[in-house]
Design a protein around this ligand. Structure first.
Ligand SMILES: O=C(O)CCC(=O)C(=O)O
Length: 274
């Protein structure tokens, strides 16, 4: 049997038409459990004190130095709404974290094993990548009650090569539903090309044109069972809503670019060492 990531002609046709492809199932229950357990260990290790609600040292999600350095390490970002007026967390760190990134695939053995698995690399061979490189990994928690929204975007906006070559692999580590903040995408929107770039240079971090707006009616929900994977074209417009439900929605996202014949852009916030 070929690895699960080895795509058929029919699957490639669907990906080409829609800009996304759902592979369900993709990862086994054991593999999902291993990723979730490992993340629980990493979070438990933050700051040395488990279940802390008293520390003010937790880092909010913001485009600042902590964020810009996170391309090369494992950093922890908290939901804004997790903090009280005193600047301290209102509940345990486990229920406050927004995401962890951006080099889990390099620095953690469990995440590295998944990222380098045959199932994952088969996807990139199937999509025609010659020398793919994972440039970013992010574990997203979508906490119950306030897990933050992802505004409509295209991944090539943030992880740009010339020519654009980013593909996202979004692995559901819990059932992702309309209720708990699943992905939504505009089918076929990748065919309209990249609309906007985020640039970081000596003038700061900014977009090169006004942020486009999209009609919600164009989006379709991508509900995925735990262990299912969504392949996302770098120009696909996608988003997710705030999670107002009592159930979390954990997911792991890997972003890959082509390094053969494609040049990593100097203006990207993430600058790789090699
Ligand atoms: O998981 C989410 O809610 C959004 C993830 C996403 O859009 C991305 O990683 O590009």
């Amino acid at each position: 049997m070929p690895p699960v990531g080895s795509l058929t002609a029919e699957q490639l046709g669907l990906f080409d038409a829609n800009g996304y492809l759902v592979l369900e199932p993709f990862s086994s229950e054991e593999d999902v459990r291993a990723l979730r357990d490992r993340m629980a260990e990493l979070v438990a290790g933050i700051g040395g004190s488990n279940n802390s609600t008293g520390s003010c040292e937790h880092h909010r999600m913001a485009m600042d130095d902590y964020y810009f350095k996170s391309g090369d390490n494992i950093s922890f970002f908290y939901e804004d709404k997790a903090f009280g007026d005193d600047g301290c967390l209102k509940q345990s760190k486990e229920l406050s974290i927004r995401f962890v990134g951006h080099a889990l695939h390099e620095h953690d053995p469990v995440f590295k094993k998944f990222s380098l698995s045959e199932s994952v690399s088969s996807i990139f061979s199937s999509l025609g990548y010659k020398r793919p490189a994972i440039v970013q990994s992010r574990y997203i928690f979508k906490q119950p009650g306030f897990g933050g929204e992802a505004l409509p975007h295209q991944d090539n906006t943030y992880l740009h090569t010339e020519p654009p070559s980013c593909t996202g692999l979004w692995l559901a580590l819990e059932d992702a539903t309309i209720n708990n903040g699943c992905l939504w995408a505009i089918p076929g929107s990748h065919k309209n090309g990249l609309k906007i770039r985020m640039i970081k240079d000596e003038n700061g971090t900014y977009f090169d044109c006004p942020i486009p707006s999209y009609d919600h009616k164009e989006f379709v929900p991508l509900e995925v069972k735990s262990g299912g994977l969504v392949i996302i074209h770098g120009d696909l417009v996608h988003k997710s809503f705030e999670n107002l439900s009592p159930a979390s929605r954990h997911a792991l996202v890997l972003h890959v670019v082509e390094t053969k014949g494609c040049e990593w852009s100097n203006g990207n916030w993430l600058q790789r060492k090699s």
